[in-house]
Write a protein that binds this ligand. Structure first.
Ligand code: HMG
Ligand code: MG
Length: 318
């Protein structure tokens, strides 16, 4: 039976605190990360990826993963996910009561090697004990397959290469597998080719799409996937991010752009766009660059203009 509450529901998984912040050039205070997670949870996300328990030397921006999980207030009914590459990561995540973890591999050998220093088969082998421990501990297990369209080191990836990796992750016990266009190059025709093959094999409820927006195709790819009945999407608040091991790739499709699109089309996400903008603007004070999210920037510009108009009209009345 589908876990989808109703057929106009789309589940947006917020990954900004992990995928968005893992590649920040300047350190962000842990407190600001915690505020972001808490603000995003209040906005209504039912699934939120908060940090990653990877090697701190490899991804220094995530070195405070324990502190983030220990400090953040958690809402009942929200699944707070942590990225883990192996048992060491799983144990670290469990030490701070993490109740959902995501393991990650790829459809490309070259990317997997650079990203996690192992082969695809080697990564799946390392996930086996994580999956067993998660099942024993009642921890939800999510999976990622990166480079579903193209590898930054080896070029185009055939959709057929994605299928066996998804199969292995589902067999291991993942409740869903997120398919990553890690470098954000895919177009709707690529998305359709992939979904033709993937959805012939797997239940739509087990598939999420994870579009990076490097070439600006994120929302177009999302629309193409909606036509296939896919209802689970990852996005990043403000359009933050990029993968430290995918040169020149930018962040995920911005959460605000996704919500603006879905709200306008009458889909129900249960997430407040206004509350997301509010959470992101607090974080933006710690960034020395302009966030890329279009709807985020448009909303902030509108808010600033309205505030100026209000100040001018109250000044006029005085
Ligand atoms: P390794 O060096 O091969 O690990 O790294 P190892 O098992 O050989 O262990 C070497 C040392 O690292 C040992 O310490 C371990 O304890 C330690 P020593 O005994 O030498 O003192 N170690 C750890 N320490 C802390 N936490 C851990 C951990 N594991 C081992 N979890 C490893 C392998 C995977 C750990 C490393 O390559 C790594 O951390 N890579 C980071 C990869 C990463 O975070 N990439 C970005 C996220 S993926 C992404 O963004 C894509 C995604 O968004 C989807 C998409 O867009 O497509 C998910
Ligand atoms: Mg990603």
């Amino acid at each position: 039976m589908s876990s989808r509450p109703h057929d106009k529901y789309v589940m947006v998984t917020e990954v900004g605190p992990r995928d968005g912040l893992q590649n920040q050039p300047a350190p962000i205070p842990t407190e600001a990360k915690v505020n972001l997670v808490e603000g995003l949870a209040r906005a209504g996300f039912k699934q939120l990826e908060c940090s990653s328990f990877v090697h701190p030397r490899r991804v220094p921006a995530m070195a405070d993963a324990e502190a983030v999980f220990e400090s953040m207030a958690r809402l009942a009914g929200t699944r707070y996910v942590a990225l883990v590459p192996n048992m060491r990561g799983y144990e670290r995540a469990r030490s701070v009561d993490c109740d959902a973890v995501a393991v990650f591999t790829a459809a490309s050998e070259a990317f997997t090697q650079r990203n996690i220093n192992m082969t695809v088969e080697g990564s799946l082998h390392r996930f086996e004990p994580v999956a067993k421990a998660a099942a024993r501990d009642g921890v939800a297990l999510r999976g990622y397959v990166s480079t579903v369209f193209c590898c930054p080191f080896a070029g185009p990836v055939a959709p057929e290469a994605v299928v066996p990796v998804v199969q292995r992750l589902l067999d291991m016990g993942c409740y869903e597998v997120s398919l990553g266009d890690t470098i954000g190059v895919g177009r709707p025709d690529d998305t359709r080719r992939l979904l033709d093959i993937v959805l012939a094999r797997f239940e739509v409820d087990t598939i999420a799409m994870h579009f990076h927006d490097t070439w600006g195709m994120g929302t177009a790819n999302l629309l193409a996937s909606l036509d296939y009945g896919v209802w689970k999407y990852d996005s990043s608040a403000g359009g933050l991010g990029g993968c430290p091991y995918a040169p020149d790739a930018t962040g995920n499709v911005a959460t605000e752009d996704v919500l603006y699109l879905l709200d306008g089309l009458g889909w129900d996400t249960g997430v407040s766009l206004e509350a997301v903008v509010h959470a992101v603007s607090a974080l933006a004070e710690h960034l020395d660059y302009r966030l890329p999210g279009r709807v985020y920037n448009a909303t902030r510009a509108t808010q600033r203009r309205e505030a100026l108009d209000a100040a001018a009209s109250s000044g006029g009345q005085a």
